[in-house]
Ligand binder design. Structure first.
Ligand code: 5GP
Length: 110
């Protein structure tokens, strides 16, 4: 089944793309929780980090490289990079993605 992010990757649904390469795409979140809220999405459709196979672990490096490039491009002094894994953790789209959140002081995780 095709996720909403797969449709975004295929340009079937519009989005504001900030970075894209062979492995990942970074878009603005449609419902931002901070002035900067970017989703870094793996192009490979993996449901969550829990299903990430060893041979795909390089994708985590691709995600961190993208986060660093975005932080540099947007001149971010600080940011939070996180992934929700499972419904009870707040995951709503079952296609591996990381939230890059910044643009304000971020409260503790509590
Ligand atoms: P999750 O809850 O799975 O960790 O994160 C999913 C994120 O995707 C949410 O922050 C939500 O706002 C965002 N989102 C859902 N649908 C769309 C969409 O069609 N376009 C964009 N840009 N973001 C979306």
């Amino acid at each position: 089944m095709s996720s909403i992010f797969a449709k975004i990757i295929r340009r079937e649904i519009p989005s504001e793309i900030l970075l894209e390469n062979e492995h990942v795409i970074a878009i603005k979140d449609i419902n931002p929780v901070a002035p900067i809220h970017i989703l870094i999405i793996t192009k490979k459709q993996i449901p969550s980090i829990q299903e990430l196979a060893d041979e795909d672990s390089f994708l985590l490096h691709e995600v961190t490289k993208a986060a660093k490039a975005l932080a540099k491009k947007l001149n971010l002094s600080h940011y939070r990079l996180l992934t929700n894994c499972g419904e009870d953790a707040g995951q709503t789209v079952f296609h591996l993605h990381f939230h890059l959140i910044s643009g304000r002081v971020l409260e503790g995780m509590a």
